[in-house]
Design a protein around this ligand. Structure first.
Ligand SMILES: [Fe+2]
Length: 281
């Protein structure tokens, strides 16, 4: 459904005119709408921000204790599976992507799903839509390690969560997905902040305990870890996950998108559902 919010918002009609304007819009009586625009609104400029990108921030409770425990589990995992896998990581260790099915990390995944639920609400998803984690992994980045520019195809939401972030360990950078918006850049003032909707790249600090959630299609990269801290204290440790929204139909039947890894999906209840493509409804 395409929402036609422009006319209604731009004229900002007094409450007593709203109903008449709604009706006129439904019946497409455009001349009547023109008559209803209050005289004091004429000549003014109204801005609207359409096609925005929702980036959500959440700082988890009790981050110090949780992160201490998770860091030790992640480093243990790295010591057992030294090679890990190669994705966007350069120099750093990238775990396998089944982190959400490992018991010790299920509470972490559930934190992400709480946040995803809020994103779904903000977007106006169907009441029955439920977020599930389809993949989750850890990145352990020593000095010099970076992540190249990439997106996360095939899911709705992705995230970066920070377990340990020493000073100078590298910010995450999001880039404007509208290629055309970068073709010609107008002369922005150098001495005042640019409007957020006019930014072409945005850097976020890696704050321990913070989860930055974003649409999976949004391009991003991570700057190199240039910390001066030594040993394990100098490691940048982060976790990422991909989240899909499913819809419950009937008694607990959950259709899932086929093609996801059959290692399983983590639900908000901490349950792991084995991915079998589209389940019988
Ligand atoms: Fe990523």
């Amino acid at each position: 459904m395409v929402q036609q919010a422009v006319n209604q918002n731009a004229i900002q009609p007094p409450a007593n005119l709203l109903e008449q304007i709604q009706l006129a819009r439904i019946e497409e009586r455009y001349s009547d709408i023109a008559e209803l625009i209050p005289e004091e609104n004429r000549g003014k400029v109204f801005h609207e921000l359409l096609f925005p990108t929702i980036i959500t921030i959440r700082d988890i409770e009790n981050q110090k204790d949780s992160n201490k425990e998770w860091m030790s589990q992640i480093l243990k995992w790295r010591d057992i599976d030294k090679e890990g896998i190669k994705r966007s990581n350069s120099l750093g260790w990238h775990s396998r992507i089944n982190m959400h099915t490992r018991e010790e990390f299920i509470p972490m995944g559930q934190q992400f799903l709480l946040q995803a639920t809020e994103v779904g609400r903000r977007m106006g998803l169907d009441e029955s839509a439920e977020p599930v984690i389809v993949s989750m992994w850890a990145n352990v980045s020593p000095y010099g390690a970076t992540n190249r520019h990439h997106t996360h195809p095939g899911t709705f939401l992705s995230l970066a969560y920070y377990v340990q972030a020493p000073p100078g360990c590298g910010k995450i950078c999001f880039t404007d997905p509208r290629a055309e918006a970068n073709v010609l850049i107008p002369p922005f003032a150098m001495d005042k902040p640019r409007a957020t909707e006019a930014l072409h790249e945005v850097f976020y600090d890696p704050i321990p305990g913070r989860c930055v959630m974003f649409p999976s299609w949004l391009g991003h990269d991570v700057l190199p870890n240039l910390t001066q801290m030594q040993g394990d204290d100098g490691l940048r440790i982060s976790v990422s996950a991909n989240i899909f929204f499913t819809v419950r139909i009937g008694k607990g039947k959950m259709p899932v998108k086929s093609g996801h890894d059959p290692m399983g999906l983590l639900t908000r209840d901490g349950e792991i559902i084995k991915g079998k493509g589209i389940l019988d409804l």
